[in-house]
Design a binder for this molecule. Structure first.
Ligand code: AKB
Length: 308
């Protein structure tokens, strides 16, 4: 198996690349990203995902059999430049799908997001199949991307698999440009300076997942037998949901002097358009999804690691 990852130096890409190296061997994982050099040890190539020639060249050069397409511009950052975001998110994906078709790759992973949902979607226990009217260009591109994945599967037999990630929380890698980034930043500020000003209001509940669970879900989905994958747009996956106030209370259990204040900005409206909780029964039924961390277990693990 030869794997190529795009966006491999990002928040999820960094951790996923290392997990894939451990599983499949260092030399079998080709990490790519827009930056000129990687922040960790890996087989590295610089790649702009809109450059299809370079992508096709790398696939032939390394005899790639699987692609993990993580490169994307996220919800908050994407709003600053909608057309640029659409170009990266959409044309990047189309290049990946075309290369999977032309080189007959075994499998492709495409991350989607809770940002595909919008104000017309039921916000509690959001169903797998429901209204997708996203409010951000990131959400629009991911909703379209899910449908492209389904199209390439049905029309060309490309085995592309996808998850709708909730906010992903990590302590050793930083997110870049998302609405849920507050839930990462808060831990660093709590440990470093004992206080945090949240740009999301105290009562806004969002679905979240700890990084080890996100990696587990990704690897389990990619390893599942082909016939068990019934959803070819993107699977809902859930682990926990909380508000900034509940997260602050969980942090206070470990750092009693921690203080949180609230100064909502433009990201509040994005968060308010997303679900509070997700119904992920199909993932649990089709490929046995089961999370390992709830809010308390995640908080204690992150604070242990950051204080160490
Ligand atoms: C974001 O906030 O944009 C991402 C996401 C939920 O996809 N973390």
């Amino acid at each position: 198996m030869r794997i190529l990852i795009t966006g491999g130096c990002g928040q999820i890409g960094t951790v996923l690349s290392k997990a894939l190296q451990d599983k499949h061997g260092f030399d079998n994982v080709i990490v790519t990203d827009i930056r000129s050099s990687p922040p960790f040890e890996c087989m590295y190539e610089q790649l702009d995902v809109t450059d299809s020639n370079k992508l096709f060249y790398l696939i032939s050069k390394y005899h790639v059999t699987q692609l993990y397409h993580l490169a994307a511009i996220l919800s908050a950052k994407g709003e600053a430049n909608p057309i640029f975001t659409w170009n990266i998110n959409m044309n990047g994906l189309l290049n990946i799908l075309e290369s999977a078709k032309n080189y007959q790759l075994d499998r492709v992973f495409y991350p989607s997001t809770i940002a595909v949902f919008g104000l017309l979607t039921p916000r509690i226990d959001t169903p797998q199949h429901t209204n997708l009217t996203p409010e951000t260009v990131y959400g629009i591109s991911k909703a379209a991307g899910e449908n492209w994945c389904n199209y390439y599967f049905k029309k060309y037999g490309v085995d592309v698999r996808s998850l709708r990630y909730p906010g992903i929380i990590s302590w050793d890698t930083q997110p870049g440009g998302g609405t849920t980034d507050y839930a990462v930043d808060i831990f660093h500020k709590a440990v470093e300076i004992g206080k945090y000003e949240s740009y999301i209001d105290h009562g806004t509940r969002l679905p979240m997942m700890y990084m080890p669970d996100a990696i587990k879900a990704t690897l389990e989905l990619m390893e599942a037998p082909k016939e068990s994958i019934k959803v070819r747009t993107s699977y809902n996956v859930a682990a926990m949901s909380f508000t900034p106030a509940e997260l602050a209370a969980a942090i206070k259990q470990h750092l009693p002097d921690f203080k949180i204040t609230y100064q909502p900005d433009f990201r509040q409206a994005i968060a308010a358009s997303w679900p509070e909780s997700i119904d992920d029964q199909e993932a649990r039924k089709d490929w046995n999804w089961q999370e390992s961390y709830d809010l308390a277990a995640m908080t204690s693990d992150i604070i242990k690691n950051l204080t160490a």
